[in-house]
Design a binder for this molecule. Structure first.
Ligand SMILES: [Zn+2]
Length: 471
C-alpha cells in the first residue's frame, strides 16, 4: 500500500514538472491584419507552443487551444471591419490557454507556427478565411480575360464607362505588386518611413496612371496593409491574366550613404552582382517573416517545382530584361540610378513562368535624403510616371496578340517615334496630320509653323504618336 502510494505521488510530481516545463511560454501580444478575403491573427510568444484550432456554430466561434502557454498580456486588438466581434481567453489548466473568438459569421481557419527570426520571436499565426457563401461579404468578382464576352456589333452602347473590350481588342493587364505588408514592414527609414507604406502608395499611383492609358488595365496584388506570401503574389498575377508583373520595393543597405533606384529582372544563372545576391536574399527572407503558410510542403517537391519553374522561365526572361531597361531609362530621368543596367537576381517573387516580370527598387529608404523623397506624394507620382512610361513603351513595341495595342499597331496607328516627311505637291498640313495620326496642332508646334502653308519639298518633323488617353 505504502509503496503504491509513493508511486502515485511520484507520478503526480512528474506530471506537474512536465506541465511546468511546457508552460514556459507566454502569449505576449496579439496582432491583427484584415485582407480582402481573410483576417490574420498573429500571437507573439515567448517560446514554442503546441496548438489546435476548431470552430463551433450557433453562435459561430473559433476556438484556439494553445498548449504550454499562459496569457502574459491582455488580448487587446482592434477588430473593426473583421468578422470578429469579441475575443476572450481562459486558462483551462495552469499550462493550457484557450482563446475563444466570437464571430459575426462562420470562417475557415488555417493555422501554423513560425520560428523566431531577426524581427520576431516564436509566433502562432491563425488565418480566418471568409466563407465565399457568406451573403454578407461576397467575394470581389475577378473577371477573367477568357470569359469576357464579345460585344455584338449591333448592341447598344452600355451606360457604363468601361464596357468589355470587343474580342481581339482586350486590355493589356499589368499586375502591380506592392512589396511586403502586414507584419512584414520591409525596410525602414530613420524617420520611421516604412517600405510597405511607401511602396503601396507608389503602386496605387501607378495603377491609377496605367488605368488612364487606353488599352491597359492595372491590378494590385495587395490593396492594403496585409501580408501575402511571395508565391501568393505571382499566383494572383496568373489568376488576373497578367501580361506583365511589376513588383515595387525600396532598398536598404548597411551603408546609409547608398542611394539610387535599380530595376531587377530574374536571372536564370544566379545574381549578376554581390549586391543583387544580398538583396534577393533579404527580399526572399520576407516569407520567413510573414510565413509562407505551406510549412508542410515536402522539400523534395519544392525543389522539383523550382527546377520546372526555372526551365519554363527562359522565354519571358528576354521580355523582362527589355521592359526592365525601358523602365530603368525612364526612372533615370526622375531620380539617380544605383546601377545603369538591369540587374539580375533570383527573386522568388519574380519566378512567374510565362509572365515577364520586373522588380523596381525605387530608392534607398535607409538613406535619409531618399527616404523623405520616397515618402513625398510628388516624388511617388514622378516615379510612377516613369514606370508607366517604360511599360507603355515596351508594349507599344511588343503588344501581345489579341490586344487593343496590337490592333493599334497593326492598323498603323502607333508611330515608331519622331520621323521626317518631305512635302509632295498637293499635300496639305491637315492631310499629313491624318496620315501620321497626329493632330494638326502637334504638327504645327513640332515645326514652329505660324500658318498652315507648306512648300513643296519642305521637310517636316513628325512628332511621335502618343496613345489616346481614356476620357
Ligand atoms: Zn522590399
Amino acid at each position: 500500500m505504502r509503496f503504491r502510494a509513493l508511486v502515485t505521488v511520484v507520478g503526480v510530481l512528474l506530471a506537474a514538472m512536465t506541465v511546468n516545463a511546457l508552460a514556459a511560454s507566454q502569449v505576449r501580444s496579439v496582432r491583427l491584419w484584415r485582407a480582402p478575403d481573410n483576417t490574420r491573427l498573429v500571437f507573439d510568444l515567448s517560446g514554442p507552443v503546441q496548438h489546435s484550432v476548431f470552430t463551433l456554430s450557433a453562435p459561430d466561434r473559433l476556438v484556439i487551444d494553445i498548449n504550454g502557454a499562459t496569457l502574459g498580456a491582455p488580448l487587446n486588438v482592434s477588430t473593426a471591419n473583421t468578422p470578429i466581434t469579441a475575443m476572450r481567453s481562459a486558462q483551462r489548466t495552469p499550462s493550457d490557454l484557450r482563446v475563444v473568438i466570437d464571430l459575426k459569421q462562420a470562417v475557415t481557419p488555417k493555422s501554423f507556427v513560425l520560428a523566431p527570426n531577426a524581427q520576431y520571436g516564436n509566433r502562432l499565426v491563425v488565418d480566418l478565411f471568409d466563407n465565399p457563401s457568406d451573403a454578407a461579404s461576397p467575394p470581389t468578382p475577378t473577371p477573367s480575360v477568357a470569359t469576357v464576352p464579345a460585344v455584338p456589333v449591333t448592341a447598344p452602347k452600355p451606360a457604363i464607362n468601361l464596357p468589355p473590350a470587343p474580342a481581339g481588342k482586350r486590355d493589356i493587364i499589368v499586375v502591380i505588386d506592392a512589396g511586403h505588408g502586414g507584419e512584414d514592414p520591409g525596410a525602414s527609414g530613420s524617420r520611421g518611413q516604412r517600405e510597405k507604406d511607401v511602396v503601396l502608395a507608389i503602386a496605387k499611383e501607378l495603377q491609377r496612371q496605367v488605368n488612364g492609358i487606353k488599352g491597359f488595365r492595372a491590378e494590385l496584388t495587395r490593396t492594403g496593409d496585409y501580408f501575402i506570401p511571395l508565391r501568393g503574389r505571382t499566383e494572383i498575377a496568373r489568376k488576373k491574366g497578367a501580361d506583365l508583373f511589376v513588383s515595387i520595393h525600396a532598398d536598404a543597405a548597411p551603408s546609409k550613404a547608398a542611394f539610387g533606384a535599380s530595376v531587377f529582372a530574374l536571372s536564370d544563372r544566379g545574381a549578376t552582382s554581390e549586391t543583387a545576391r544580398w538583396l534577393a536574399d533579404s527580399e526572399n527572407r520576407s516569407d520567413l517573416i510573414g510565413g509562407a503558410g505551406n510549412v508542410s510542403l515536402d522539400d523534395k517537391d519544392r525543389m522539383l517545382a523550382g527546377v520546372l519553374l526555372d526551365l519554363s522561365m527562359t522565354a519571358s526572361l528576354t521580355s523582362s530584361l527589355n521592359v526592365g531597361q525601358k523602365v530603368l531609362s525612364n526612372i533615370g530621368r526622375v531620380t539617380p540610378l544605383h546601377k545603369q543596367r538591369v540587374e539580375q537576381a533570383g527573386f522568388m517573387v519574380l519566378k512567374s513562368p510565362d509572365i515577364p516580370s520586373i522588380l523596381v527598387e525605387t530608392g534607398f529608404i535607409s538613406n535619409a535624403n531618399e527616404a523623405s523623397k520616397l515618402a513625398a506624394a510628388s516624388h511617388q507620382q514622378a516615379l510612377a510616371r516613369s514606370i508607366s512610361s517604360g511599360v507603355r513603351q515596351f508594349f507599344q513595341q511588343n503588344p501581345p496578340p489579341g490586344t487593343y495595342i496590337a490592333w493599334l499597331r497593326d492598323a498603323g496607328k502607333i508611330a515608331q517615334g519622331p520621323r521626317d516627311h518631305r512635302v509632295s505637291p498637293g499635300e496639305t498640313l491637315a492631310m499629313i496630320a491624318v496620315r501620321y495620326q497626329v493632330s494638326a496642332g502637334a504638327l504645327r508646334s513640332a515645326n514652329n509653323l505660324k500658318t498652315d502653308e507648306l512648300k513643296i519639298g519642305q521637310t517636316l518633323n513628325i512628332p511621335s504618336t502618343e496613345l489616346a488617353v481614356k476620357e
